[in-house]
Design a protein around this ligand. Structure first.
Ligand code: ADP
Ligand code: MG
Length: 293
């Protein structure tokens, strides 16, 4: 009987040597029968480092102006999108120019910039504000900008998938996972492109943080199987705690995510999920062998 906790200690130790922090032997055990893995897109399967690809100002604004407005209105946000816009802007941001910053989860941000009401976000935010937004011709994540209630154009950014994201998905299949589902708040076009590139089974897009919880709950209820959720915690900490096993990206993820998660991948490598499953199966095999012995 004593060998059981000892085997689990061994498994947890072996996992941590590979950069996988498992917060309890129950999670290590549950991982061995996980049949459904749900992944967040941004920051989990993709790097979350967006490059600005196009700037389309409207209403007499220059490209530089539009980028500046977007970078300033995003100055208080720590969303990957915000970081990329600030980087593309490249100049030091004077926080005195920005007041009343608000983050509208799953939609975008708003703030008063140099005395102007500025909002930046996706098409959902534009609908909410009753603004007619332009429809970009290229594929990418869209950030529409509104200044004083008038549409000012959009910036297109695109993310790149993590180098081993594809291998991570096939690794999960090899480890016995039946279905891999990708959830994202991003636009359908972008989500479908990433989904088919990586070979995930199902893609659900344009979700709000609350919708992600609903999707996971539906899966748990429908299948009666263990469901793992993998995320970076930016807008998905509630799902991390709702899933049977919450797996967080440790380096990129927020403190809330690391706190809410049951398993933390220290180097943000999604291929480590399959590694953790292998360790879990091996540990359980040893436990059973010891019992028989
Ligand atoms: P994901 O599910 O891919 O991790 P999020 O739930 O974090 O995405 O965000 C969903 C969508 O909301 C983003 O794709 C973006 O369109 C919009 N959004 C969220 N935060 C911001 C922000 N700070 N600036 C602009 N857009 C944002
Ligand atoms: Mg996210």
């Amino acid at each position: 009987v004593i060998s059981i906790p000892l085997s689990f200690f061994g498994g947890i130790g072996g996992a941590s040597a590979k950069g996988i922090l498992v917060k309890g032997s129950n999670y290590l055990e549950a991982l061995s029968y996980t049949k459904y893995v749900v992944c967040d897109k941004t920051g989990t399967l993709t790097k979350g480092v967006f490059q600005v690809t196009e700037i389309h100002p409207e209403g007499g604004m220059s490209e530089a102006d539009l980028l500046e407005k977007a970078a300033l209105v995003e100055s208080y946000s720590n969303h990957p999108i915000s970081k990329s816009l600030k980087e593309a802007y490249g100049k030091e941001i004077d926080n005195n120019r920005v007041t009343d910053a608000k983050e509208i989860s799953g939609h975008g941000v708003s703030a008063v910039v140099d005395g102007h009401e500025v909002a930046a976000g996706n098409v959902k935010l534009m609908k909410q504000m009753n603004i007619q937004a332009a429809v970009p011709t290229s594929v990418g994540t869209e950030i529409h900008v509104v200044v004083d209630g008038k549409y000012a154009g959009y910036i297109l950014i695109s993310d790149v998938v993590k180098p081993n994201a594809k291998e991570a998905i096939s690794g999960l299949k090899a480890a016995g996972v039946e279905k891999v589902v990708m959830l994202t708040g991003d636009a359908k076009k972008v989500a479908d492109a990433v989904g088919s590139e990586l070979g995930v089974d199902e893609v659900r897009s344009e979700l709000l943080p609350g919708d992600k919880v609903d999707e996971v709950e539906k899966l748990i209820a429908a299948k009666g199987e263990k469901v793992a959720f993998v995320g970076d915690g930016i807008n998905d900490a509630p799902v991390l705690s709702r899933a049977d096993i919450g797996i967080a990206m440790g380096a990129l993820g927020s403190d809330a995510a690391i706190e809410a998660a049951d398993i933390v991948l220290m180097d943000d490598d999604p291929a480590k999920i399959a590694t953790a499953m292998k360790i879990s199966k091996k540990t359980l095999r040893i436990v059973h062998q010891n019992i028989v012995f």
